[in-house]
Write a protein that binds this ligand. Structure first.
Ligand code: 5AD
Ligand code: SF4
Length: 448
């Protein structure tokens, strides 16, 4: 029986989808590259912004007709909704789409195999299956490294999940629950397994990686920096990243790790959200603009080539033109290598959704356009400055043209080359020769 998983949302969701794939393959199911060939459709959903969850319902409409056609042919068929929308809109999903067989929250996805079995054998008259416990410990304890069979050369590894920060705009504490850190030994075992399968680059994931406090082999709680030093010792690993950091938790030990650990990329995703202290306070971010800028300076002091990316929200309740100007000023100061920006979207259960002075949609759109133009210019400038320089690139996939390979530099820039001698999984020094839209072109540095 074939399954197809559609993934929405963040990297953590992608990680969850890969682990579900591992478990289903180990149980004898087959993965289908196309939705139409599968009898088990799994939607791993995201609820971070409006569009993300609306997409689910339009996809479910299409899944329904596939299910009814299969049933007409006398075949078993299951539609399963997992992830953050499953957690936050459990019964709304089955009210709107009663043909959904199972709804599984992000902390229950390790039960996917038994959910699939039950969903396939149940009739349409039977109740849908609901799983929405929020205990991450059980989830990670039941993932087995032996189940990991194939991977690309760059992979994610979740080290921490959930969030206790309660930023007032954010739905995550209500979908992924309280903070939980995996044990060090568990993470090292998974790292070794991934490297043995040819993985060269690992990106450690957590909603809040800096508050990692997993138990070490010495019985003590380890910090993120201590974990980074330990993972960097795993032989064969060529590059290490981690995401997402909350600026309030980035301390000197992290800057020192960037100074000391060669394989740690010179790149950090450090979401600022707003450049106005008033808005940061209303967002409950627990840092000021100056503290953020100090953090950037500290990291650049310890690792001079450090590049940054960020997330921004425009049109948070109460954001005035002056507040927005301050966001532009902050971006001017930091000079980002890349960044993501979003219009504020009120989320169910969050404090900001109930705040006064919600900003009209038109103003949000105007501000977003201005900010995105600035951030685009910064990204182009950063990329232009790389021309003539040599960067280390891990090639991860084939490009559109013959012999073309595409990869990422340590600064997370897309780089492509045409060189028969280079293969997927190679990490090599590339001399950058040209910038084409958002992608850099280069050639292999000749040995002197
Ligand atoms: N509205 C708009 N953007 C949001 N983000 C999180 N919640 C919201 C929301 N309610 C953005 C933040 C976060 C990124 C993952 O998504 O910028 O860093
Ligand atoms: Fe979306 Fe947040 Fe859930 Fe990731 S954790 S899938 S971004 S809602």
């Amino acid at each position: 029986m074939k399954f197809f998983i559609k993934n929405y949302g963040c990297q953590m969701n992608l990680y969850d989808s890969t682990r579900m794939t591992d478990a289903l393959l180990a149980a004898g199911y087959e993965e289908s590259p196309k939705k139409d060939d599968a009898n088990i459709l799994i939607f791993n959903t995201c609820s971070i912004r409006e569009k993300a969850d609306e997409k689910l319902f339009s996809d479910l409409g299409r899944a329904k007709s596939l299910k009814f056609k299969a049933k007409d042919r006398g075949e078993n068929f299951a539609i399963i909704v997992c992830g953050c929308v499953a957690q936050s809109k459990t019964t709304e999903i089955t009210d709107r789409a009663p043909y959904v067989d199972a709804v599984i929250g992000p902390q229950e996805i390790h039960k996917i195999v038994s959910a699939v079995k039950t969903a396939l054998s149940k009739s349409d008259e039977d109740e849908s299956i609901f799983m929405s416990d929020m205990a991450s410990k059980e989830k990670f304890a039941s993932f087995q490294s032996e189940q990991i069979t194939k991977r690309s050369c760059s992979e994610f590894l979740t080290i921490q999940e959930g969030c206790d920060n309660f930023c007032t705009y954010c739905v995550v504490p209500y979908t992924r629950g309280r903070e939980f850190s995996r044990d060090v030994a568990d993470i090292i075992e998974e790292t070794k397994k991934l490297v043995s399968l040819g993985v060269k680059e690992i990106t450690l994931l957590g909603q809040n990686v800096n508050s990692y406090r997993g138990e070490g082999p010495d019985g003590k709680n380890w910090s993120l920096s201590k974990l980074l030093y330990a993972i960097a010792e795993v032989e064969g690993l060529a590059r290490l990243r981690y995401v997402t950091s909350n600026p309030k938790d980035v301390a000197k030990d992290i800057a020192e790790a960037h100074r000391d650990i060669k394989i740690l990329a010179s790149f950090l995703h450090l979401p600022v959200q707003s450049g106005s202290d008033k808005i940061l306070k209303k967002m409950n971010r627990k840092y000021s603009v100056n503290q953020y800028l100090d953090c950037v300076d500290m990291l650049r002091k310890y690792r001079p080539d450090m590049a940054f990316s960020s997330d921004f929200i425009v049109g948070f309740p109460g954001e005035t033109d002056e507040d927005f100007e301050k966001t532009l000023e902050l971006a001017e100061k930091v000079k980002y290598a890349q960044a993501y920006s979003f219009k504020y979207s009120p989320r169910n259960k969050t404090a900001a959704a109930k705040m006064d002075n919600q900003v009209p949609e038109k103003i949000k759109e105007e501000r977003l356009e201005i900010l995105q133009n600035l951030l685009n210019d910064q990204q182009n400038k950063f990329n232009e400055e790389t021309i003539g320089k040599t960067v280390s690139v891990l090639f991860t996939k084939n490009g559109k043209f013959k012999n073309q390979l595409v990869g990422r530099s340590e600064y997370s820039q897309a780089v492509s080359i045409c060189d028969k001698a280079i293969h997927i999984g190679d990490m090599v020094n590339v001399k950058i020769t040209e910038l084409k839209s958002h992608s850099l072109l280069g050639s292999i540095e000749e040995e002197k």
